[in-house]
Design a protein around this ligand. Structure first.
Ligand code: MN
Length: 520
C-alpha cells in the first residue's frame, strides 16, 4: 500500500510527457511521405486520448484529419512536416487529460492563420466552443506586419479570450512549449528573443494559474538561452551542493519512513525533489547563499487526507527540531495562485542536517502541477470544488489585464505594465475589521486605499499602519494592519502615479487625473 520512492532530478521533469515525446522521436514521422507521416502521428495520438468517450475520440479524429489536410506538405524550420507541431501541443494537453474541445482546438490552432482553411469553414464541422478556442489563439493576420505592435495586439486578444474561457491559455501554453522544445532550430538571436518573452510573459501566466509543470518546463528551457553565462556559473557553483543534499535526503527519507511507519500514519509517497535551476537562480538573486537555501533538495510527503498532512507534521516535529518561524501552512492560507501544502524546515538532531519538508494531499499535489487546468482534467482525483482556485477573486488579474488593454497606451507601455502585473509577488495586509487584502509586493497605503474603494483612494491623505501614522508612500509588509485617513478636499495628483505599485491602482489614478483635465 505504502509506496516508497526517491526521484531526484534537476533540469527537465522526466514525468512530463516523456512517454509521448519518446514515441514521437522513435516514430517514423520524418518520412517524406505525408500520408505515412499522418498515419504515424495518428497512431501516437489515438492511444493518448483513449480516456475520452468514443464519440469524443471521433471528434478528435475529425479535427486531426482536417488539420492534416489543411497543413498538407507545409514544413517547419527543422524540415519536419508542420503537422507534428499541433500534434505535439495536443499530446501535452492530452497528458493532463484535458477535455475534447480543448484538444480539438489545439490540433487546429494554426489552421486559420497558416492555411487556406478559414475559421468559418471549420465552423461547419465543429462546435462553437472549439471555434471560439481557435479564434482566441489565432493571430491577427489581417495586417501582416512584424514587430512589437502586432505582438502586443495578439497578447491583448489572448487576455480577452482567456477572460471568457481559460482553456485558451492552456492551448497557448502547449503551443509555446512545443515551440520552445524546438528552439534550437531557430537562429540564435530569434531563439533568445522568444525565450525571453516566454520567461517574462508565459512562465508568470502559468505560475499565476498554478500550473507548476508548465512553468517549470518553460523556465528550464529558456534559462540557458536568456542567461547563458549565469546558467553555466550556477551549474558549476551548485553541482557539488546538489550531490551532497541528495545524499542527505536519502538519509532523512530512511529515517522518516521509519517514523511514519512506527506512528502508523499512512501516506502515498515520500520522495526528494531537487529545486529547478531557474528558481535557484531567482533565489540566489535575493542574495541568499547556497547553504541557506533549505529546499535545494526538499522532501515531499503525499498523503490521502488533509488530516494525515497534520498528523505527518506532528510526527516529524516530534522527532526533528523545527526551525523557528519556518512552518508555513499553505493549506490553511493558500498562496495567491491557490497552491496548498505545509512547508516546514527541520533539523535532524543527530546528523544536524537541515532540510525542508513539503506535506500535501494527492489532490493538492495535482493542483500544484496542473493548477486551474485540473478543473477540466479527466485525471482529477479529488473534488476540486473543495479548493478555492476557481474563486473569481483569484482570477481578477485576468480582467485587470483585459481592462489595461482597453487603455490608450503605447505598445511599449502596455507591455511594460503587463510584465509588471504578471511578475509581482503578493503580500496580504489587513483592514481594521480583519479582512485580508492582497497587494503587490512593495504596495503602499495608497494601493490599499484604492483597493478598498475608489472614493477612499481618491481622498486619502495619510494612513495608520499598526496604529502608527505613515505617509501614503510607505512600503507595506505582510500582515500589516492598515487604516486610511481621508479628507473630502483631497484630490489625486500626478505624483501618486510614482507611489503606487499596483497596475490597477495606477489605472484608476490616471482615470481620475484625466477627469480633472490633467494630461497623463
Ligand atoms: Mn502553433
Amino acid at each position: 500500500m505504502v509506496m516508497f520512492s526517491i526521484s531526484l532530478f534537476v533540469g527537465s521533469d522526466t514525468r512530463f510527457v516523456v512517454q509521448y515525446i519518446h514515441m514521437m522521436r522513435t516514430a517514423d514521422v520524418s518520412t517524406t511521405d505525408l500520408t505515412q507521416a499522418t498515419e504515424q502521428l495518428w497512431k501516437i495520438l489515438a492511444p493518448a486520448i483513449s480516456y475520452l468517450s468514443e464519440s469524443d475520440q471521433e471528434i478528435i479524429e475529425l479535427a486531426f484529419y482536417q488539420m492534416a489536410e489543411a497543413h498538407g506538405e507545409q514544413r517547419r524550420k527543422s524540415g519536419e512536416f508542420y503537422i507534428i507541431h499541433p500534434v505535439e501541443a495536443c499530446l501535452t494537453l492530452a497528458d493532463i487529460k484535458l477535455d475534447r474541445d480543448t484538444l480539438a482546438a489545439t490540433l487546429m490552432h494554426d489552421v486559420p492563420e497558416d492555411t487556406e482553411v478559414s475559421l468559418r469553414k471549420l465552423s461547419k464541422t465543429f462546435n462553437r466552443e472549439i471555434i471560439f478556442l481557435i479564434s482566441g489563439i489565432t493571430k491577427l493576420s489581417v495586417i501582416k506586419y512584424k514587430g512589437e505592435d502586432r505582438y502586443a495586439e495578439n497578447l491583448r486578444r489572448m487576455f480577452v479570450a482567456m477572460s471568457k474561457d481559460l482553456r485558451v491559455v492552456f492551448i497557448k501554453l502547449a503551443d509555446r512549449l512545443h515551440n520552445l522544445r524546438t528552439l534550437k532550430n531557430l537562429p540564435a538571436e530569434k531563439a533568445k528573443r522568444i525565450a525571453l518573452e516566454s520567461l517574462e510573459i508565459y512562465a508568470p501566466i502559468a505560475e499565476r494559474l498554478g500550473m507548476g509543470m508548465f512553468k517549470d518546463e518553460i523556465e528550464n528551457i529558456c534559462f540557458p538561452y536568456v542567461y547563458p553565462d549565469e546558467y553555466k556559473q550556477l551549474i558549476s557553483l551548485s553541482t557539488v551542493e546538489y550531490q551532497k543534499r541528495e545524499k542527505q535526503a536519502g538519509q532523512i527519507i530512511k529515517k522518516t519512513t521509519k517514523i511514519l511507519d512506527e506512528e502508523g500514519i499512512p501516506y502515498i509517497a515520500l520522495y526528494g525533489r531537487a529545486k529547478k535551476y531557474y528558481s535557484l537562480f531567482k533565489k540566489m538573486r535575493e542574495k541568499k547563499s547556497l547553504d541557506k537555501i533549505y529546499d535545494l533538495v526538499a522532501l515531499r510527503v503525499i498523503t490521502e487526507s488533509v488530516e494525515d498532512c497534520y498528523n505527518v507534521l506532528a510526527a516529524l516535529h516530534n522527532y526533528f527540531i523545527p526551525v523557528e518561524g519556518r512552518v508555513k501552512d499553505y493549506i490553511d492560507q493558500p498562496k495567491e495562485n491557490g497552491y496548498q501544502s505545509i512547508h516546514s524546515t527541520l533539523i535532524d538532531p543527530t546528523s544536524k542536517i537541515v532540510f525542508e519538508f513539503q506535506i500535501r494531499t494527492e489532490a493538492m499535489h495535482e493542483y500544484a502541477e496542473y493548477g486551474v487546468a485540473a478543473h477540466w482534467s479527466h485525471k482529477q482525483k479529488a473534488k476540486f470544488e473543495e479548493f478555492t482556485f476557481l474563486n473569481p477573486d483569484r482570477l481578477k488579474w485576468i480582467k485587470e489585464l483585459v481592462d489595461l488593454g482597453k487603455e490608450k497606451l503605447s505598445e511599449e507601455e502596455y507591455l511594460k505594465y503587463v510584465k509588471l502585473d504578471l511578475f509581482q509577488d503578493q503580500i496580504f495586509v489587513m483592514t481594521p475589521k480583519g479582512d485580508a487584502i492582497s497587494l503587490p509586493q512593495g504596495g503602499t497605503p495608497l494601493d490599499f486605499a484604492y483597493r478598498i474603494h475608489q472614493d477612499i483612494g481618491r481622498h486619502a491623505t495619510m494612513a495608520k499602519v499598526n496604529g502608527q501614522p505613515v505617509k501614503l508612500s510607505y512600503e507595506l509588509s505582510n500582515g500589516d494592519e492598515v487604516e486610511i485617513i481621508t479628507d473630502k478636499k483631497q484630490k489625486p495628483n500626478r505624483d501618486w502615479l510614482k507611489i503606487v505599485k499596483s497596475v490597477s491602482t495606477a489605472r484608476a489614478i490616471r482615470h481620475d487625473l484625466r477627469k480633472q483635465g490633467i494630461k497623463v
